[in-house]
Design a protein around this ligand. Structure first.
Ligand SMILES: [Cu+2]
Length: 314
């Protein structure tokens, strides 16, 4: 499968992921030690055979092992977990980047606000973030319950229709981190992945400024055919390409689709050939996806002209 980016909670790439990893290690090692100790006691007990214990000895074992020990361990764990709990914040910290993500069957709608103008910048299935800066996600859903999970960074948080939930994450090193919808949401749930790309701050700013720009209203002459076919075949009934078609949000925003690492929420890679295959055969690549296959409806030349136009929307 085409899956760039680590998707492992064992490769923590930020403070939240690291805390979760630390807590998990303490719990796992602690549980293993207690289990080993209990088994050791059992081993000695069996080896020793039946023995008479005095009343006081019996009471010491039952109260000590059955009451005092678990109480001490559980109270210690309670304070340990309170101490490591990620803070719940109703408001983002001042320097945070705010990103809105809405789960759809089966893709992710992603929104930023333009730092220059405050207007909304929309993209899909790929979230770029600056390294070393907190990112405050506002998470929701357009249909059923989804769940946002990027294991290397931390999480996860359910996405509920009609509600906005918050999650604050941060990447401490550049890289590509794979995320996955973590709440079964229908037939193509397994093909609902996303990429989080953490970039040095200057590169991130340049990327965001690029995303803010609309697509060229007048493309180069060899691309005009693709753009016209996109409109003539009513791809714009579901897709916005800012500067070209704005009316619908039923499908991912395609203004800069050529710049994404993957297509179809992690289903395939992204180049002109795979774009063409996606448009022609989406129902084979992602059966049930809410977009019709175009093979049979569109001739090969039209398909490749649409793919060529989309591929250069970077
Ligand atoms: Cu899902």
């Amino acid at each position: 499968m085409n899956q760039p980016g680590a998707q492992s909670a064992l490769q923590a790439a930020g403070p939240v992921g690291q805390t979760l990893l630390d807590v998990s290690l303490v719990l796992t090692i602690g549980a293993a030690l207690i289990f080993a100790g209990t088994m050791l006691l059992l081993f000695f007990a069996v080896r020793r055979g039946p023995t008479e214990l005095s009343r006081a000895q019996k009471r010491a074992w039952v109260l000590g092992g059955g009451l005092v020990f678990p109480t001490v361990v559980l109270i210690a764990l309670f304070f340990y977990s309170q101490w490591h709990k990620p803070p719940w914040r109703p408001m983002p910290p001042k320097d945070a980047l705010i990103v809105g993500v809405t789960g759809n069957m089966w893709w992710w709608d992603v929104r930023y606000s333009d730092p220059a103008t405050g207007t909304e910048i929309r993209t899909a299935n790929e979230i770029r973030i600056p390294v070393g800066r907190p990112v405050f996600f506002g998470l929701s859903s357009a249909d059923v319950i989804h769940s946002f999970w990027v294991p290397t960074l931390g999480g996860k948080m359910d996405m509920l229709p009609g509600r906005v939930q918050h999650l604050q994450l941060q990447a401490d090193r550049p890289g590509t981190f794979r995320g996955q919808c973590a709440e079964y949401c229908g037939g193509q749930h397994a093909r609902m992945a996303l990429q989080v790309v953490a970039l040095p701050p200057a590169e991130f700013d340049a990327w965001l400024a690029g995303q803010a720009r609309p697509a060229a209203a007048r493309p180069a002459s060899e691309l005009v055919r693709g753009r016209d076919a996109f409109l003539a075949n009513r791809c714009d009934a579901c897709h916005a390409v800012r500067g070209v078609s704005e009316q619908s949000r039923l499908g991912p925003d395609l203004t800069h689709v050529g710049s994404r690492l993957q297509l179809g929420a992690g289903t395939i890679g992204n180049d002109p050939e795979q774009l063409e295959a996606w448009i022609a055969h989406i129902q084979q690549l992602k059966p049930g996806a809410r977009m019709p296959s175009s093979a049979g409806r569109l001739d090969a030349e039209t398909l490749s002209s649409i793919a060529a136009w989309l591929a250069q929307l970077r």
